[in-house]
Design a protein. Structure first.
Length: 509
């Protein structure tokens, strides 16, 4: 079995899967025998003292062989001491001195010989040449797979990992790596199968493999199994910070906010500088409408990582909840500048623009979001609301209907469609009976916990002249402490109107 322990840890924050380019993923296990804390400190200082214009600085490289010798500068002795070997194939260059590169992973940093690494953009060609010379060079397949993976060409990475497995079917790490590539390629069932085989082959690394399988289940949408795997990883390694983080994320997705908070708190007890625990906890506070706590967590996260697009996105969501639409727009705009374009970022900026009544900008952003994720029902619902607000009712109905086709449980789409049918300014779009039916579905899907949708149901009954039902449901909506305070006055006026109409028609219509 190959001695390399290559693991792709898909560390992710709330609402995101993995973020290779933001430093939230790490590929392969750990650098062995390196004193990480000393290396990180001395490496940064050394790199700062010797600014280097070499074009390799800031670029990623792939090591050309396993178990490279790494050297770490010792500031006490002013010597460069050999301290161990690096088994992580993908490294970032921070400085160049002569024939040596100062490189870093998330665990450690130090010097390696320049001849022992190849730039990422040249790696596929380099290892292809090695394979042409020896079609059984298993290490070359593994390293070329790393190159493909880092370039986002997951299918090619999967093929190379598969070839490596054919050459050594007992290498658990190769199954794990192929699972990571399959996960990135959205082949979640196959990823789960690979991680399961890795667990069977190498129980000693089971904590990491359970963690990775938990990520696959999470991305597949199976939160119960994700929780089970993250819990098993924590059982095997009680100090596994990322497992706490991602189990907390899964609890969040299950709306079990207290359990999510407990896991993020545990992660912070293990690592008080874990930026993603603060960011994730901030989103939970936002969902719980505890905005002061959310703001405090995001501020701490920004202190730790001021250039994270994901943090801007998360704070943008908080600002949407606070109806700070200018602030939300600025955050999503900055997130788009710092991050790769994503449907969620365009959708968030579109929601901010809707709040600002800039419907042209909103529609442009929602349309781009739909281009990126054409199966996302929520984005169709969001665009429908912008069409509705702009008075383009045909387009709004088309988007509400498309959202429901994509997701028959899209409660917000049922509610929005009901509101249009019940209250549209253009009488030709009014349809009270269908409004009642659509509003009832929305309320049932939400467990009757959305007071604004209950308010819509009341309006739908009023549209068909059933003022007794309208009054009953309006009263229920107004009893909810969750009813938006800025909409209470209008709701109370509607209630008064329903009551007056009921008095004129005692039979309720």
């Amino acid at each position: 079995m190959n001695c390399m322990k290559r693991m792709l840890f898909n560390r992710f924050s709330l609402g995101e899967a993995s973020h290779w380019n933001q430093g939230e993923s790490r590929m392969w296990q750990r650098i062995f025998f390196i004193t990480a804390s000393a290396a990180l400190v001395t490496g940064s200082a050394f790199a700062q003292r010797q600014p280097d214009p070499d074009p390799l600085v800031g670029r990623r490289v792939i090591t050309v062989k396993p178990a490279l010798e790494m050297k770490v500068f010792n500031p006490r002795t002013r010597q460069t001491d050999v301290t161990g070997t690096v088994q992580h194939p993908l490294l970032t260059v921070e400085a160049v001195q002569g024939n040596y590169l100062y490189v870093r992973t998330e665990e450690a940093a130090g010097w390696i010989a320049k001849r022992d690494a190849v730039p990422l953009d040249a790696a596929v060609a380099y290892f292809s040449d090695k394979i042409d010379k020896d079609v059984k060079d298993r290490d070359a397949y593994l390293r070329r797979a790393v190159g493909w993976y880092a370039k986002g060409e997951y299918g090619s990475a999967i093929r190379d990992f598969t070839e490596a497995i054919h050459l050594d079917a007992g290498d658990a790490a190769a199954y794990n790596d192929r699972g990571a590539a399959r996960n990135a390629n959205h082949e979640f069932e196959l990823a789960v199968a690979d991680y399961s085989e890795a667990i069977r082959l190498d129980p000693a690394q089971a904590a990491e493999y359970h963690y990775n399988r938990g990520v696959a289940y999470f991305q597949k949408g199976d939160m119960d199994r994700a929780v089970d795997d993250f819990s098993e990883a924590i059982k095997l390694d009680p100090k596994y910070v990322w497992a706490y983080n991602n189990r907390g994320h899964a609890w969040y997705k299950k709306n079990e906010y207290d359990k999510a908070l407990a896991d993020f708190n545990a992660a912070l007890q293990l690592d008080a500088n874990d930026v993603w625990a603060y960011a994730n906890r901030g989103r939970v506070w936002t969902a719980m409408k505890r905005y002061t706590e959310a703001q405090a967590d995001f501020e701490q996260a920004f202190r730790l990582d001021p250039k994270s697009g994901l943090l801007y996105r998360n704070r943008g969501q908080l600002r949407l909840a606070l109806q700070d639409y200018n602030g939300a727009f600025a955050d999503f705009d900055e997130a788009l500048r710092l991050s790769s374009p994503s449907a969620r970022l365009y959708d968030g900026r579109g929601l901010a623009s809707t709040g600002l009544k800039d419907y042209g900008q909103a529609l442009a952003d929602f349309t781009e979001a739909i281009r990126l994720e054409p199966q996302n029902a929520q984005i169709f619902t969001d665009r429908a609301q912008a069409w509705h607000a702009r008075g383009e009712y045909e387009a709004a109905l088309a988007d509400y209907n498309q959202a429901i086709r994509l997701d028959p449980n899209a409660a917000g789409a049922y509610a929005g469609r009901a509101a249009l049918w019940a209250t549209c300014r253009d009488p030709k779009y009014r349809d009270g009976q269908r409004a009642v039916q659509s509003a009832q579905v929305a309320c049932q899907l939400a467990g009757w916990h959305e007071p604004e949708w209950i308010d819509t149901l009341a309006a739908a009954y009023a549209e068909i002249g059933r003022f007794d039902e309208a009054l009953k449901w309006e009263d229920q909506a107004l009893k909810s402490p969750e009813f938006p305070s800025d909409k209470l006055a209008d709701a109370r006026r509607r209630r008064q109107l329903y009551e007056e109409r009921l008095q004129r028609s005692p039979a309720g219509g």
